[in-house]
Ligand binder design. Structure first.
Ligand code: KG4
Ligand code: ZN
Length: 337
């Protein structure tokens, strides 16, 4: 079965083609991702209207070039999967309209996919040996949650953020250091130039339910202010970046440790943009008695391979989309059947 995936939920336009073999194992035939970081960087965040226009411009080009490089035509495609939510309304609308156009004009079935379900199953796309059940820590720009994945379309929320997402905590800390948006990866690169830092942040909100990064944000703001005069000093800046990264990773690992114990699960997958973080990968991999799984760096951040994979997995279970309206807010646990 050949499946086309389309992703436009935020600031990445992406398309992918996967083929499922007779054992339902996915093989990635090709994928293209066009990031809009350079457009939104100057505004310090994603501008929804600009993002929608970029998707409108990029999507047909990506689609044409994906099919021609894979030597396929629309006639060869058996199923289309498109991100239906959550995400930016106008951006989602571009992807859904494009997918509906293809689907209706060519008579191809279409599945609406929850973007977070894409992140939940992305670790399986790149690690076919990852078996159910597993805990998935999703850490992206808009989401931080721990979900127990019992099977395809069988998801149980363990906990989620009460305020900022982990990616936001990285990006806001990076912003305080004067790094351009989205600063998460830049802050991480700066932190990774050091092995330790004399600057430290207090461990906040450890005893409360769910994740919270607001205390950490305030503590980091104070620490930056205390070191304001030295912000031009690259070592001090790296020390601050190191302290922020350690505190964010520590919060994530602490909560994940509790969830693993409570649920008695020994498989942990990490997904979403922040899963690309080297320090987080290192800390997760060193949790004792737990096997850890990560998507490739490309499939940690937004991509369409994970969307086509979810579409195929749901379709094979006989789950069809009833309604293809835009779902800007769509909790992933409601995708369980
Ligand atoms: O999943 P994603 O690509 O988009 C959303 O759905 O949000 O995640 C983007 C987030 C941004 O906040 C970005 O700064 C963060 O992931 N990110 C990182 C790294 N790479 C991306 N944060 C920390 N370290 C990284 N290496
Ligand atoms: Zn995402």
């Amino acid at each position: 079965m050949l499946v086309l995936g389309i992703e436009t939920s935020c600031d990445e336009s992406a398309v992918a083609l996967i083929e499922l073999d007779s054992n339902a194992r996915p093989k990635l035939l090709g994928e293209l991702i066009s990031s809009q970081n350079n457009i939104h960087e100057q505004y310090g965040g994603v501008v929804p209207e600009l993002a929608s226009r970029e998707h409108l411009r990029n999507l047909p080009l990506l689609y044409d070039s994906l099919l021609s490089s894979a030597n396929k035509t629309i006639q060869d495609i058996d199923l289309i999967g498109v991100t239906q939510g959550p995400g930016l309304k106008g951006c989602l609308l571009i992807g859904i309209s494009f997918a509906r156009g293809l689907s209706e004009s060519m008579g191809k079935p279409l599945v609406g996919v929850n973007h977070i379900e894409g992140h939940l199953l992305a670790p399986r796309l790149d690690n076919p040996n990852l078996e159910f059940p597993y805990l998935c820590l999703i850490v992206s720009g808009g989401h931080t949650e721990i979900i127990e994945v019992r099977g395809v379309a069988d998801y149980h929320l363990v906990t989620r953020t009460q305020d900022d997402a982990a990616g936001e905590a990285f990006d806001k800390s990076a912003n305080l250091l004067g790094l351009p948006y989205p600063g998460g990866a830049r802050l991480a690169a700066l932190a990774d130039t050091l092995k330790q830092s004399p600057l430290k942040l207090p461990k906040v909100m450890r005893e409360q339910e769910g994740f919270s990064f607001s205390g950490l944000k305030t503590a980091f703001l104070l620490l930056v202010k205390q070191n304001q005069q030295n912000l031009n000093d690259e070592i001090i800046k790296a020390q601050l970046a190191f302290a922020a990264q350690e505190a964010i990773v520590d919060t994530l690992i602490h909560k994940v440790g509790i969830a693993l114990k409570e649920r008695g699960i020994s498989r942990l997958a990490v997904s979403g943009g922040v899963a690309a973080n080297r320090r987080l990968r290192e800390a997760v991999s060193s949790i004792k008695g737990v096997s850890s799984y990560f998507p490739t760096t490309l499939h940690s951040t937004d991509n369409a391979a994970m969307i086509s994979y979810v579409a195929a997995a749901r379709w094979q279970k006989g789950i069809k989309s009833q309604d293809l309206s835009v779902m800007p807010r769509w909790p992933v646990e409601s995708c369980s059947i």
